[in-house]
Design a protein. Structure first.
Length: 705
């Protein structure tokens, strides 16, 4: 056997013990098992045995004889696989992550539920473990580019959870050709094989084509990229005719001035507003929401597909709807001059926008006008237009509602959105930004009010009665440590943030910082960091309120065409208003977990599509220089966001070759070891674009000194 260094020999001895945890060895037996013949190596093995015993990895059963210390506990949790080989395990009962070497992973996939054996912990080192059982497999579908060479095929994937390409036998290619994007399922991963074996599930098309790449993004996040024909066929059978007895059972708002306001390219209009003066001199405002539950029946083929999707997905160039097109764009959509069925919340407000009364009811409406946000904004700005009187009154009421909301402690996040002008092939030819204006706020405030009212209607029952199971949209208080880190960081920009225990003071302080940063280079970065200090909103049957909105009760009722939780809320409202019993909390907990998870997947896909288009746009700018600011600091480099177009790229730490730089996570900076030069989050930089990798959705920059 070749001579081994002490570290290599120690590793070999430890693996020997792990493979035979009940066997007792002395140094001579160890040497024989490992093929060690040299006396000095045998002596090194003896020394290592005592070192391992001191560190708790092995136990000295009797003088000179050792057994593996297998007294660590068995734990269950989630396996996390990483392409860099740094696999880990998250215990289900909480606690820190535990490292798992690839040789001890049992080829578990990212997200798998696993059972592990915890190793005896070495003094001063992180705990380690070995997968002993895969309880439930989660991910075995991957997206990538097919590479065929000399009749050998692989799926080359940029998935961050897989270190090796997937081998595809020729009889499992299913017609995929070289350079096609494909969806591949792992069917086997032999114990001693480096590469898993897969079969093609679907061929998405030639790499680089717009439709192919957008479908690949959806598939990458486990989202559907096509609609089942059976579901579409079922939707085509649904009539848009409204029976007379259905009209008679509803409040009739068809003669009340009613309008919709949506993006100019929208087709699924799921909310409308009506306004008129009531007999007692108050303003009656109706928030009318498409009555999807009237058409989509529980457990129908359409309902099951909608539940699986849980949300519509909005990529840069397309919408992937939750419901079939006939329903979302025609039958349910509140199109102008058509009778439509709605679930409504009707308010009476005084001139100060104080709610005097409200009721929840089924209605029939007929929208008089479909507006784009830009048209309404022009009317608010003084331009003549249809329904000007109604628009001005609604806007006045909405602005007052908005002001009161912020007085009560709502957070004022108003980030811009990156948009692209695309040519016929989907290639971006320009970048522009949109921001919320009064026309957006007009709709937003009445939707928030309706959601709040519905949540309170169920969540605050009459005295002496218990609240029934319901779906709430909750938002927990920010993480204290993250908030304090944020406060420490922004001091260098001259901003002060209160982080005490008074919620209202904290919120007002955050709003003040965001307001003062408006129009300054650090504006977007400060809003991003403020958002990161917050928890993510999610669905739950346990109501804890919504921190960011400063609401004690909140739900999602206003978008059942594009969000499944809203459809569930409609059904629960109908059940409870008819005197029905409370539904199963456990069942609705599952619904909440599923829809929250799908919402996150959709959000990730949307961001990935933006990133792809940004990289595609910058291909024509390779070699050009731009000004930007440091938008992210990591141990592998600096992310820089360009001022001109908000595209983001990476300066790898290896390219900062004037010094050795250490990552200071708490202070968001890289610090030079010798020269002490500091690169901080928010610092201005000038960069040159050196590479645009569409496969990785990554831009590479170099620093221009």
């Amino acid at each position: 056997m070749a001579r081994m260094k002490k570290k290599e020999l120690a590793q070999a001895i430890l693996i020997l013990f792990q493979n035979a945890p009940k066997t007792v060895y002395n140094y001579k037996q160890i040497s024989k098992e490992l093929g060690i013949t040299k006396q000095d190596q045998k002596q090194m093995a003896a020394d290592i045995l005592y070192d391992l015993a001191d560190d708790g990895f092995v136990i000295e059963q009797e003088p000179g004889r050792f057994r593996y210390n297998n007294v660590g506990t068995i734990a269950t949790g989630v396996f996390q696989r990483r392409s860099n080989g740094r696999n880990s395990f998250i215990p289900e009962d909480g606690g820190d992550s535990i490292d798992i070497a690839e040789r001890n992973s049992k080829h578990a996939m990212d997200g798998d539920a696993v059972r592990v054996q915890l190793f005896a912990r070495k003094k001063g080192a992180k705990p380690e473990a070995e997968v002993i059982e895969i309880i439930e497999s989660k991910k075995n579908i991957f997206v990538g580019r097919v590479q065929i060479s000399r009749n050998i095929a692989f799926l080359v994937t940029e998935d961050k959870t897989l270190a090796h390409d997937i081998f595809i036998p020729s009889d499992m290619l299913k017609g995929a050709r070289n350079n096609d994007k494909a969806v591949v399922k792992i069917v086997e991963w032999p114990e001693y094989a480096k590469n898993p074996i897969g079969e093609v599930v679907d061929v998405l098309g030639v790499s680089g084509k717009n439709d192919t790449e957008m479908h690949a993004i959806l598939a990458e996040f486990g989202l559907p990229y096509k609609y089942p024909e059976k579901v579409e066929a079922a939707a085509e059978l649904i009539s848009d005719e409204i029976a007379e007895n259905e009209i008679a059972a509803r409040e009739d708002f068809r003669k009340v001035p009613t309008l919709t306001i949506d993006p100019y390219d929208a087709k699924d209009f799921d909310d409308a507003l009506s306004i008129r003066k009531s007999n007692n001199g108050l303003w009656e405002v109706g928030v009318h929401i498409a009555d999807v539950s009237h058409y989509v029946k529980q457990n129908s083929i359409i309902d099951k597909e909608a539940y699986d999707r849980a949300t519509s997905v909005y990529l840069v160039d397309r919408t992937i709807p939750m419901l079939p097109e006939r329903l979302c764009n025609t039958v349910c959509s509140l199109r102008p001059n058509e009778d439509k069925l709605c679930f409504s919340v009707v308010f009476e407000l005084n001139e100060q926008s104080e709610v005097q009364s409200s009721r929840i009811c089924r209605t029939i409406i007929k929208s008089d006008r479909r507006f784009a946000y830009e048209e309404v904004q022009d009317i608010i700005g003084g331009k003549e237009g249809d329904m000007k009187h109604e628009v001005i009154i609604l806007n006045k009421l909405a602005q007052q509602l908005r002001a009161k909301r912020f007085e009560k402690g709502a957070i004022d996040f108003e980030r811009f959105e990156v948009k692209f002008e695309l040519d016929k092939k989907g290639k971006p030819i320009s970048v522009y930004f949109t921001e919320s204006k009064e026309s957006n706020h007009l709709i937003e405030e009445f939707m928030l009010l309706a959601n709040l009212t519905v949540a309170e209607f169920i969540g605050k029952p009459a005295k002496g009665k218990a609240a029934k199971t319901f779906i709430y949209r909750i938002h927990e208080a920010p993480n204290k440590e993250k908030l304090e880190n944020f406060a420490t960081f922004i001091r260098r920009f001259g901003y002060k943030l209160k982080t005490g225990n008074n919620k209202l003071e904290i919120i007002k302080s955050i709003n003040s910082v965001i307001d003062k940063a408006k129009g300054k280079p650090e504006e977007n970065m400060i809003e991003t960091l403020a958002l990161r200090s917050m928890q993510k909103a999610r669905y739950s049957t346990e109501n804890i309120g919504h921190y960011g909105l400063a609401f004690g009760f909140y739900t999602h009722f206003t978008s059942p065409i594009r969000r499944y939780p809203d459809l569930l809320v409609h059904r629960l409202l109908e059940l409870y208003m008819a005197g029905g019993k409370s539904v199963s909390k456990e069942k609705y907990d599952e619904y909440c977990d599923h829809t929250s998870a799908m919402e996150q997947k959709a959000s990730n896909a949307e961001r990935a599509s933006i990133k792809y288009k940004q990289v595609e746009y910058m291909i024509d700018n390779i070699g050009k220089t731009f000004d930007g600011i440091i938008s992210g600091v990591t141990e592998w480099g600096l992310y820089v966001e360009l001022n001109e177009n908000k595209c983001e790229g990476l300066i790898p730490i290896r390219d900062l070759d004037d010094d050795y730089y250490a990552f200071d996570e708490k202070n968001y900076c890289l610090i030079g070891n010798r020269r002490k030069r500091i690169y901080r989050l928010g610092d201005p930089l000038t960069i040159k674009v050196v590479h645009a990798n569409l496969e990785k959705k990554q831009l590479d920059f170099t620093l221009v000194y």
